[in-house]
Write a protein that binds this ligand. Structure first.
Ligand SMILES: Cc1cc2nc3c(=O)[nH]c(=O)nc-3n(C[C@H](O)[C@H](O)[C@H](O)COP(=O)(O)O)c2cc1C
Length: 347
């Protein structure tokens, strides 16, 4: 039996072009799982059938304190689905996606069916190569703004998936957003359950886990200002985090808010696909991103955030965009561990 695949090591040339659709779908999953997920929970499971793959929510990996309704979980699965779409296009296949195909099965988020052969477009190639190059980048960014055309292209990318992307414009709005980020940090860190949940997903140095957030990862130590999970669990560092994150928001070359007009599972899946489309498109132009989602996770602050970009509703993800140094990838589990018949619970 082959050893489990590290998805970051996947080699496109090994795509089983002449094999069964089910083998091809299994291969494509290596790209799906490179999508981002909050706390790197990788909260998805897959069931491979003869010509389709089902994308399921893995609720054992839910982060219930900050994401009680599975909004971010569903959004992360949407991002994985977008990677599946891009990979299928790159390998020259049509596909069909059914979102939420079974009203009686709440965990089944999408069914992705591989179709006939198709031509691969230039944009598919660029987006495909960006999948493995995209990493959340928490390092400082150069002060340079993004080219105007790229800003417009990112907005188009979000709109093509049924979401909106607005840039935080002007000093007043930027100060307002930075204040909300800081306020959200203070509120979240004051909650013991938040700290326990975060500590559960932070991985100490040399930990062999293939999920969660490794502290030794570039920028992360700084980001958490901590030596490890024990301290996170024990101390309210809300004040320190708030000051640091406020500063990050104030000095971000670009802050962008991605949102949807509705708030339901279908719009979260749309937001996830839009998020990944935006992140990959940015990456094709060497633009990196990090997330500042705290104010979206605190319900009382969420609508204030929308107002600051001139929208009524529903913010989904706050992003910092800019040019940063290369950073190492966060670990991923092998897709084989995520197949429904092989799934094992996270302990
Ligand atoms: C919906 C969502 C919200 C996130 N929120 C945050 C956040 O508030 N702060 C942060 O540092 N990273 C956040 N992340 C980034 C994840 O921590 C990151 O995707 C994960 O650790 C995997 O790393 P990678 O993106 O480099 O592959 C978020 C990701 C998603 C999908």
């Amino acid at each position: 039996m082959k050893p489990p695949l590290d998805p970051w090591q996947v080699v496109a040339d090994e795509f089983p072009a002449d094999s069964y659709a089910s083998d091809q779908l299994e291969f494509l999953l290596a790209y799906a799982v490179l999508a981002p997920s909050n706390h790197n929970t990788q909260p998805w499971l897959f069931r491979i059938n003869a010509t389709d793959v089902e994308v399921h929510a893995d609720r054992r990996r839910a982060i219930r304190v900050i994401d009680p309704y599975d909004r971010e979980l569903t959004l992360s699965a949407g991002a994985a689905l977008f990677n599946l779409r891009v990979a299928a296009e790159y390998f020259g296949h049509h596909y069909e996606v059914e979102l939420l195909p079974d009203p009686d099965d709440k965990s089944l988020l999408a069914r992705f069916r591989l179709g006939l052969r198709a031509d691969t477009g230039a944009e598919d190639v660029l987006l495909f190569h960006a999948i493995a190059q995209r990493h959340t980048n928490r390092e400082p960014f150069a002060p340079d703004p993004l080219p105007e055309e790229l800003g417009a292209a990112l907005q188009e990318a979000a709109a093509s998936e049924g979401a909106w992307l607005e840039f935080v414009d002007g000093e007043e709005a930027r100060n307002g957003v930075a204040d909300l980020v800081a306020e959200a940090d203070r509120r979240q860190w004051a909650d013991r359950h938040f700290r326990q949940e975060l500590a559960h997903w932070v991985r100490p140095k040399h930990d062999a886990a293939r999920d969660g957030i490794p502290v030794q990862e570039a920028g992360v130590q700084d980001w958490l200002s901590f030596a490890g999970p024990l301290l996170i669990r024990t101390f309210d560092r809300g004040g320190g985090m708030a000051a640091k994150d406020r500063d990050i928001a104030l000095h971000a070359p670009v802050l962008a808010l991605l949102g949807t007009e509705q708030e339901n599972r279908a719009s979260w899946l749309a937001a996830g696909q839009a998020l990944q489309h935006v992140l990959l498109k940015a990456r094709t132009e060497n633009v990196s991103a990090s997330f500042l989602c705290q104010p979206v996770e605190v319900p009382e602050l969420r609508s204030q955030l929308a107002a600051l970009v001139g929208r009524e509703e529903y913010p989904q993800v706050l992003l910092r965009l800019g040019y940063g140094p290369e950073v190492p990838p966060a670990p991923r589990r092998s897709p084989r561990e995520m197949l429904i018949q092989h799934a094992t619970a996270h302990t």
